[in-house]
Design a protein around this ligand. Structure first.
Ligand SMILES: [Zn+2]
Length: 385
């Protein structure tokens, strides 16, 4: 079996605190890494690297674990550029804009939706993302949710059933009936294609009781729970997620002290999605407050056609550092190891022995450049899937 030595790595982020400088990033300078059968089999200082069949010299560039984007909505048709233009002219964002994407998605063919996901996954890889979670949530019928997940499944193991995204127009007068559909026939059709279940717990979408019903029903058929919460204003979602022991709760923009305490004591990961605040011109979540309280934080894109049509984790890192009080090290950790933890994964998001060899080579000497050089395409190569 051939093995590959990556040599002359100027700075290697391992995310293993037992390695290198002993920080959370486990940083090794002048490093080398050996890959065999898709896994990392050796990592350490270049001076003690073993002999291998194949050698790739990285010329002093930095290598980081591939980004793990734990929150994305990629199965959709159409775009909402005109809504974005209106919002930038002063019209506020509301959850109801999702309806126009639902209409376009229902009208699209499987081939059109597949091509759209393929295009976005490729776009993400060019920016260093090697694992992406993909949600349904723009079909909102039994058939369209199941097909959205079947399409997503061709691209990732991390598929999430989000029938509880919004109440579709045909159920506007009967939201309870829609929750019955989501927790009944729609869940049955979606579950074979999904690993996770999610709900949008927000004014204008689903309240805490409805979100609880959805997550509980998903749990009963073996799906892990995640939740959109506290995005547009304060609400019960974060505490619900902590009470249910969910692996992650996403957005976390409007939090009170009890929410922060619940996150810190439950271990539920707060996934921050700053591309949304950037794209909706909204206040950013206070990452510093969460980190100082001992909350585990992930960064993800929330790539979707409405509130954030960016697939870029380098952009999220730059925003987290510039606007949210995170250090470059904390932001890179949150977009790699944090994303992996938010998906319950230990085989990705790190580059130490036994991990999958999912990594990104930066055309830069340090991971810090991801925040220091915003908007610059620094990812030279993303490897592993
Ligand atoms: Zn989302």
């Amino acid at each position: 079996m051939t093995n590959l030595l990556l040599r002359n790595i100027g700075e290697l982020v391992t995310n293993d605190p037992a390695l290198g400088d002993g920080s959370a990033l486990g940083l090794i300078r002048d490093a080398a890494l050996v890959v065999e059968a898709g896994h990392v089999v050796w990592v350490g200082p270049q001076a003690s690297a073993p002999v291998t069949d194949v050698v790739q010299d990285l010329g002093g560039r930095a290598v980081i674990p591939g980004f793990v984007d734990s929150h994305a909505h990629l199965v959709f048709a159409g775009d909402r550029a005109s809504e974005f233009t209106a919002r930038m002219a002063g019209k506020p964002y509301a959850a109801g804009g999702i309806g126009s994407t639902v209409s376009a998605t229902r009208a699209a063919t499987d081939e059109q939706l597949t091509a759209q996901v393929a295009r976005l996954v490729t776009e993400m890889r060019r920016q260093g993302t090697t694992t992406v979670e993909i949600k349904s949530g723009y079909g909102l019928t039994v058939t369209d949710e199941a097909r959205s997940l079947a399409i997503a499944r061709a691209f990732t193991e991390e598929t999430t059933f989000l029938g509880a995204h919004v109440v579709p127009p045909e159920y506007a007068e009967d939201p309870a009936g829609y929750v019955d559909l989501v927790t009944g026939p729609m869940l049955q059709a979606a579950a074979p294609h999904a690993r996770w279940i999610d709900a949008f717990c927000e004014t204008g979408a689903f309240d805490a009781d409805q979100a609880r019903a959805v997550l509980t029903a998903g749990g009963a058929v073996g799906l892990g729970g995640r939740l959109h919460a506290n995005q547009l204003g304060p609400g019960p979602g974060v505490q619900l997620a902590c009470e249910l022991g969910l692996v992650a709760v996403d957005h976390c923009t409007y939090l009170d002290d009890a929410d922060v305490e619940a996150l810190a004591s439950s271990g539920t990961i707060a996934t921050l999605l700053p591309g949304v605040e950037f794209s909706t011109r909204s206040p950013y979540p206070d990452a510093r407050r969460l980190l100082d309280a001992g909350v585990r934080v992930a960064l993800a894109s929330d790539c979707n056609p409405g509130s954030c049509y960016s697939s870029s984790l380098p952009l999220c890192i730059a925003l987290a550092v510039r606007e949210m009080g995170m250090t470059p090290a904390e932001a890179v950790h949150a977009a790699t190891a944090g994303g992996a933890a938010a998906l319950g994964r230990v085989d990705i998001g790190r580059l130490s022995t036994g991990a999958r060899a999912h990594y990104a080579v930066l055309d830069a000497p340090s991971y810090v450049h991801l925040a220091y050089r915003p908007g610059v395409p620094l990812v030279l190569e993303a490897v592993g899937r």
